[in-house]
Design a protein around this ligand. Structure first.
Ligand code: NAP
Length: 208
């Protein structure tokens, strides 16, 4: 399978990239801290489009696209959140997901698009307002896209569960260590992801 994934330098994206590559799939990913040509900021549409075009021209259209890149702010009530920090988070978590899908959709006539969501895309929590806002937007984006796709394709919102990554450490601090690591999670997550198809279009799923 040909797979594209955003934000694959650390955390869940890195674990998925390693695991799926080891399973024999062709995986291409980017992150701001990756080396060129994969040093791409998902909030810059031109960069995302150039990266997608380069991969597709050389290797063909993907079968699976995982919009994984996201960021979180340290917990704070909305009344105290810096407007520029809020704006930057929306640029990455929401616009970035749209940019990746927008760049790749004209190149795909079959396959699966996954928007990585969160429990915070289906519920809310005090002091997590910017992140919750962005993940509720992800759910809306994916479901709208699902209603527009041909029957050969699917868009799915996937909550990965709660995992011990840099993101969770920023949100929870020391409490993050009680959750599974990406390496403990990746086998069941990858099996679930690889099993997704047109029959799952529009669904909000969770890695169990
Ligand atoms: N961990 C959890 O418990 C949890 C729970 C629910 C949902 N999620 C979701 O799962 C996904 C992965 O989270 P994670 O925990 O693995 O996070 P993470 O450890 O913080 O890793 C985030 C990845 O996204 C990349 N990234 C950040 N900003 C980017 C940008 N502007 N452009 C491109 N890539 C960017 C980072 O690249 P650099 O390394 O270059 O910074 C990094 O590779 C996210 O969508 C997150 O919201 C996580």
């Amino acid at each position: 399978m040909r797979i594209l994934i955003s934000g694959n330098r650390r955390g869940l994206g890195a674990a998925l990239t390693t695991y799926l590559s080891q399973q024999g799939h062709q995986v291409w990913g980017f992150s701001p801290s990756s080396d060129p040509p994969n040093q791409v900021d998902v909030s810059n549409f031109e960069s995302v489009q150039n990266w997608v075009e380069s991969v597709v021209q050389h290797y063909g259209p993907p079968d699976l696209v995982i919009a994984n890149a996201a960021t979180v702010l340290s917990p704070a009530p909305l009344a105290q959140v810096d407007p520029e920090d809020f704006s930057r988070l929306i640029d990455v978590n929401v616009k970035g997901m749209f940019y990746l899908f927008r760049a790749v959709l004209p190149r795909m006539s079959a396959g699966v698009l996954i928007g990585i969501s969160s429990g915070y895309g289906r519920s809310t929590s005090p002091r997590m307002g910017p992140y919750c806002t962005s993940k509720w937007a992800v759910e809306g984006l994916v479901k709208t896209l699902a209603s527009e796709l041909p029957k050969t394709m699917a868009a799915v919102a996937l909550d990965p569960g709660t995992l011990q990554t840099d993101m969770l450490r920023q949100a929870l601090g020391e409490g993050a260590r009680f959750f599974p690591t990406p390496d403990q999670w990746v086998d069941r997550a990858a099996q679930m992801i690889l099993g997704l198809g047109p029959q799952h279009n529009g669904q909000s799923l969770t890695v169990g």
